[in-house]
Design a protein around this ligand. Structure first.
Ligand code: ATP
Length: 360
């Protein structure tokens, strides 16, 4: 497969800038997820890589080949869309084999198709007509056909979005197996950050047509480059509090150490807040503002300490009620500092040593 390099890639629709001077390299044989809010330009970017949309400016390279002027078929990309694309009336096997007919001798073709069907767990239904399958299995057929052709680059545009929630898990499991066992250059557009976190070697977070951060998922999650990335990643995203620059730790933050001068913006993730129903050394009291809700098997609390309102995630077994007093702390190394414009500070807190994105 090939690595993909984008240089100054721009797409305008009239006066609307959908992709804005974007440069990045998606490495060969790795999975990159494009993440970002609706309308940020993910699909437009993918369609330019596919050759379905002509860039207004910039270059696209597959390894050393500059492909921006190449037709979609010459680029040799495999695409999977939101809805499955299958040939009705044909079997699963024939759907996958169709683009290979005439290009491979029979035994090789059968082996190639059989191997891919095995990877996506469709071998048991290889001789069934696609018309008899559910949507998730049809989407697996689309994926198998794209993979079996051995394209230079695979492009997936939200492939689980139109699949019923109950069927998504089998599809996601198939993607995980596929990307673990075959080293694919895959660029994958998704709204679903959990999907991105589990599948991707790298994530590219976009906002307003620009690339705001690119890196391994955990690193981007732990050290967002700016306030937007901190807020966008996570369920819910980071808490942000204006506080006095130079506070020591979370207890000082929650104790409401504030000052009119020298204010700084600090961010912290809800799951790193330590919450106890009873007093603990170094913890400060906080009030449960509203009835907790359960998110992904954890209890999400909205808490208030002094003038600071923030979210915390705790173990689902621990019950809390609105109005209850709890005790909270937060390790100093979980505080992320941002400048007033929302950009992460590279070296610790304003005015003292601490951790920042380069401290990963
Ligand atoms: P979503 O997650 O909702 O699919 P996205 O991040 O993929 O969004 P795009 O579909 O790439 O975003 O759209 C980026 C911007 O470009 C949007 O404002 C969209 O309205 C605009 N846009 C996309 N295609 C066209 C088009 N053919 N003509 C005019 N504007 C377009």
């Amino acid at each position: 497969m090939a690595g993909v390099r984008l240089v100054g890639l721009t797409k305008r629709f009239g006066t609307m800038v959908a992709v804005d001077n974007l440069s990045v390299e998606f490495p060969d044989a790795q999975v990159t997820c494009l993440l970002g809010p609706s309308g940020c330009g993910k699909t437009t970017l993918l369609r330019m890589i596919a050759g379905l949309e002509q860039p207004t400016a910039g270059q696209i390279f597959f390894d050393r080949d500059e492909v921006a002027e190449w037709s979609s078929s010459r680029r040799n990309v495999g695409m999977v869309f939101q809805s499955p694309v299958v040939y009705p009336g044909l079997t699963v096997f024939d759907n996958v084999a169709l683009p290979l007919r005439g290009t491979l001798p029979g035994p090789e073709l059968r082996k190639r198709v059989g191997d891919v069907l095995e990877l996506v767990e469709l071998q048991a239904v290889a001789q069934r007509k696609v018309d008899t399958l559910g949507n998730a299995e049809r989407q697996k057929v689309s994926v198998a056909r794209a993979v079996a052709r051995r394209p230079r680059v695979l492009l997936f545009d939200e492939p689980v979005t139109n699949i019923a929630a109950g069927e998504r898990i089998t599809l996601k499991r198939a993607f995980k197996r596929l990307t673990t066992e075959v080293h694919l250059t895959l660029v994958y557009v998704t709204h679903d950050q959990t999907e991105a976190m589990t599948l991707a070697d790298h994530i590219a977070v976009m906002q307003d047509g620009r690339l705001v951060q690119y890196g391994p998922p955990r690193a981007v999650y732990r050290a967002p480059r700016d306030r937007f990335v901190g807020w966008f990643l996570g369920n819910p995203g980071m808490n942000f509090v204006q506080t006095r620059a130079g506070i020591e730790d979370g207890a000082a933050l929650f104790a409401g150490v504030q000052g009119a001068a020298d204010l700084a913006l600090v961010g912290f993730r809800p799951e790193y807040v330590a919450v106890s129903p009873v007093p603990e050394p170094g913890y400060v009291p906080a009030r449960v503002v509203r009835a907790p809700i359960t998110v992904g098997g954890q209890r999400l609390l909205t808490l208030q300490a002094g003038e600071t309102t923030f979210k915390a995630k705790t173990h689902y077994r621990q019950a809390y009620t609105a109005g209850q007093t709890v005790y909270v702390n937060l390790p100093a190394d979980q505080l992320r500092w941002f400048d007033p414009a929302g950009a992460a500070l590279l070296r610790g807190t304003p005015g003292r040593r601490g951790t920042g994105p380069d401290g990963e």
